[in-house]
Every structure is written in structure tokens, then in C-alpha cells.
Design a protein around this ligand. Structure first.
Ligand code: ADP
Ligand code: MG
Length: 241
């Protein structure tokens, strides 16, 4: 289980994440929703280790991992996808899946500098999402690129999956299969899902945390969140984001 305790992150005068606590459990799909700028991606970056919190701690199976780097957290079992796709378009699907997802700015790195994951793990991940190994990433549809992004994270054999808008930019026809895959993955992994498509969120989430201005406004089951007056007033009633 992954646990964030009172996480805050300041950017100059802006408190992007303010005193956020959250638990991710195996078998649970925990969605975080909120308007643009609510602090959702910053929260993912804090959990993945790309940003250090200004305050608060992060625990994985009871161990404090707040001081671990992105690579160390990935080795400890934390996988993530990026809101903006982070794939190597001139490489094959299999080559992408073999590249460790943990290295920031993968595009800028020379091939020799990259870590790779075992071939068998990469192949299993691609089978899981249903992508052909030998296709060039450039030839994939948008929805397939989002699946490849998930496969790259899965190839690292994570216990926790952090998915930041895995449907972003894909068409309506891609949403259902990707949503079904996420739900399926949450049976074995602890999944944190950032998603703005409320139909998808309410269909797949076990728990929803609503963030507004960096803070947790409400947390509950989809039924509880749908009937929350505070959420309706602050967020859903204004068209979401
Ligand atoms: P969300 O993902 O919910 O849309 P973000 O976490 O991306 O929100 O951003 C939360 C707030 O923090 C926004 O006001 C954003 O402009 C600001 N922010 C995010 N990253 C940085 C950064 N690296 N430097 C300064 N401000 C940032
Ligand atoms: Mg975001």
C-alpha cells in the first residue's frame, strides 16, 4: 500500500498541493479529479519522486520513501504514465516497452544511457494491453499510443500505477477499452487515476478524491461524490475541468 501524509508543494507564492493525504491499495482504483490547476499532476509528480514535497511524507508498504529518487521509487514498484506522452516515436513498440519509464526527458538521452527492462517483462506488458511488438510507435493511433504508455509503465512490473490522464487526446472509441483495461489492472495493482472524463471516472473508480486549489475538497465512493453538494458547487456544477 502507498500512503501520502499531509503532502504540500509550494511553487514560489503558489501552494499547488496543500496538505493532501491519500492511500492507494492493491485492488482499488482511486481517481483524483478536479479543475485544471487543482494540483493533480503535481500530486502525481510528488508520489513518483519527480518533485520533492515542501512538507509531508510518502510511505510504501510502511517504509518512508520521501527521500527516494524517481529511479529508486520505480525499482521499489511505482510505475507512472505522463499526461504528455513520453514515447520514442521512431522506435518499435517493443523497444519502447523495454526502455525504463523512470528516466525523465527520455527523448533527450542517448540510447546507450537508457536503462532497459527484461525482454519477457516488456512482452508481457504488451500482451496485456494488446499491442503488436514490431510496429513502429509512429504508426500507432492515438489510443494505441496511450496503451503503449501504460505498457511502458507495466513493463517495470510496478505494484502501484500512477496514471495521469491516460485518455488525454484519444477519441471516444478508445475510451471504453482503455477504461476497461485500467479497471482490470486495478485488480492486481494499486491504481491512481487522474482523469477529466467524468463518465469514465464514475464508471471505474472505487474511491474518488476531489481536489480544488491544491486541497482535498471531498473523498468518497462515486455515489457519495455524485451526491455531494460541496463537489457540485465547487466543481461539477461548473462544467468540470
Ligand atoms: P492539474 O494537473 O490539476 O491541472 P497542476 O498540478 O499541473 O494541476 O498545477 C497546479 C498548479 O501548480 C497550477 O497553478 C500550475 O500552474 C502550478 N505549477 C505546476 N507545476 C509548476 C512548476 N513546475 N512551477 C510553477 N508552478 C507550477
Ligand atoms: Mg494535470
Amino acid at each position: 500500500m502507498m500512503e501520502a501524509r499531509s503532502l504540500s508543494r509550494r511553487f514560489g507564492g503558489l501552494l499547488a498541493v496543500a496538505d493532501v493525504s491519500l492511500s492507494l491499495r492493491p485492488g482499488e482504483l482511486h481517481a483524483v479529479i478536479g479543475p485544471n490547476g487543482a494540483g493533480k499532476s503535481t500530486l502525481v509528480n510528488l508520489l513518483a519522486g519527480e518533485l520533492a514535497p515542501t512538507e509531508g511524507q510518502i510511505f510504501l508498504d510502511g517504509t518512508d520513501i520521501t527521500g527516494l529518487s524517481v529511479a529508486e521509487r520505480a525499482r521499489a514498484g511505482i510505475g507512472r504514465t505522463f499526461q504528455r506522452t513520453n514515447l520514442m516515436l521512431d522506435m518499435t513498440v517493443l523497444e519502447n516497452a523495454r526502455l525504463a519509464t523512470v528516466i525523465p526527458f527520455r527523448r533527450l538521452l542517448r540510447r546507450a544511457d537508457r536503462e532497459t527492462v527484461p525482454l519477457a517483462a516488456a512482452r508481457r506488458a504488451l500482451q496485456r494491453v494488446g499491442l503488436p511488438e514490431s510496429a513502429l510507435a509512429r504508426t500507432l493511433s492515438h489510443g494505441q499510443l496511450r496503451l503503449l504508455e501504460i505498457a511502458v509503465a507495466l513493463a517495470g512490473q510496478p505494484s502501484v500505477l500512477l496514471l495521469d490522464e491516460p485518455l488525454a487526446g484519444s477519441g471516444a472509441e478508445d475510451a471504453a477499452p482503455i477504461a476497461a483495461l485500467m479497471k482490470d489492472l486495478s485488480r492486481e495493482h494499486a491504481v491512481l487515476l487522474i482523469e477529466h472524463d467524468m463518465d469514465v471516472v464514475f464508471a471505474v473508480a472505487d474511491t474518488i478524491t476531489v481536489m480544488v486549489d491544491g486541497r482535498v475538497l471531498e473523498r468518497g465512493t462515486p455515489t457519495e461524490i455524485a451526491s455531494s453538494a460541496a463537489v457540485r458547487d465547487a466543481y461539477l456544477g461548473h462544467g468540470g475541468g
